[in-house]
Design a protein around this ligand. Structure first.
Ligand SMILES: NC(=O)c1ccc[n+]([C@@H]2O[C@H](COP(=O)([O-])OP(=O)(O)OC[C@H]3O[C@@H](n4cnc5c(N)ncnc54)[C@H](O)[C@@H]3O)[C@@H](O)[C@H]2O)c1
Length: 258
């Protein structure tokens, strides 16, 4: 078997979940861990069989796949260096790609180096349908995110629409929603056409994301109600699971889904 060496940037909630899952993947022989806070990488390495703490610049040459779960700043700092080194890259901080210059630079460098850049669907569902639908005309894509008023920093007695506009403006006003809106926009009709509604609803306990779309294919409606990550209540567990599934996709010979 050709073993895969994984490099992880960011050893917080998602990076740790991915590292723990990768530790049990037989195709992976080594997991290099880097975090701006070295103690986070050290603590995680202590829980792994295959883990080793290394600086990004010391492992980028040895890793086959690099997984980012750190911050938008980390994407700006490291993504081009990963691709320049000819390695595949999985990006969790997808909001960084709102910067179309960075996105275009990464795309053209990846073409030149024959590398893949994976953007996990994260906390949202329906991305496969949107990707397929985009092969012909898609008239409209809408993301409806519903959260409790408290998690949106509000005190409200009844369901209230806090934002109704396009993704590019939504991510400025609600930066916590940035990765979901960015992933859906990039999969479909872009930041300036994808519509976003942000709803505060005192009835709901957990965050939900609903994707609605119509076009030549017909009509799509996908909804997910997310439970929090057991290790980090601020993050949806599905985001970590989607990251693990994307790592599997980067390794597996068979690719399922549009
Ligand atoms: N795509 C999605 O659906 C989705 C969902 C949730 C979170 N995210 C994004 O994924 C990223 C990680 O999320 P998390 O919940 O694991 O966060 P977290 O705060 O639990 O962990 C982030 C870790 O990265 C480290 N870090 C920050 N900047 C760094 C840098 N420049 N270099 C190296 N390490 C750095 C931090 O010290 C921390 O340990 C965030 O940017 C978050 O916005 C994406």
């Amino acid at each position: 078997m050709d073993y895969v060496t994984l490099g992880i940037i960011g050893c917080g909630a998602i990076g740790s979940d991915v590292a723990m899952a990768a530790d049990n993947m037989e195709e992976i022989d080594r997991i290099y861990l880097y975090d701006i806070k070295e103690e986070k990488a050290e603590e995680l390495a202590g829980k792994l069989k295959k883990g080793a703490v290394k600086n990004f610049y010391d492992f980028v040459g040895d890793a086959d796949i690099i997984f980012e779960a750190a911050s938008q700043e980390a994407v700006r700092q490291y993504a081009e260096k990963v691709i320049e080194a000819g390695k595949d890259l999985i990006i969790m901080s997808i909001g960084s790609l709102l910067d179309s210059n960075l996105l275009e630079r990464l795309k053209s460098k990846a073409m030149e180096k024959k590398c893949k850049i994976y953007l996990p669907s994260g906390a949202v569902c329906g991305i496969d349908g949107i990707k397929a639908a985009k092969a012909d005309v898609v008239d409209e894509v809408t993301l409806v995110t519903t959260k409790s008023p408290a998690s949106l920093g509000k005190q409200l007695e009844k369901r209230t629409i806090l934002f109704d506009g396009v993704a590019r403006d939504a991510v400025k006003k609600f930066p916590k929603n940035i990765n979901v809106a960015a992933c859906l926009s990039l999969a479909g009709i872009g930041f300036d056409k994808t519509k976003v509604k942000i709803v505060a609803d005192p009835v709901v306990k957990y965050n939900s994301h609903k994707v609605l779309a119509h076009g030549k294919f017909g009509r799509l409606r996908a909804e997910v109600e997310n439970l929090p990550n057991p290790n980090n209540p601020r993050s949806s567990y599905l985001a970590s699971l989607s990251a693990i599934a994307t790592l599997r996709r980067a390794i597996d010979p068979i690719q399922i889904g549009a």
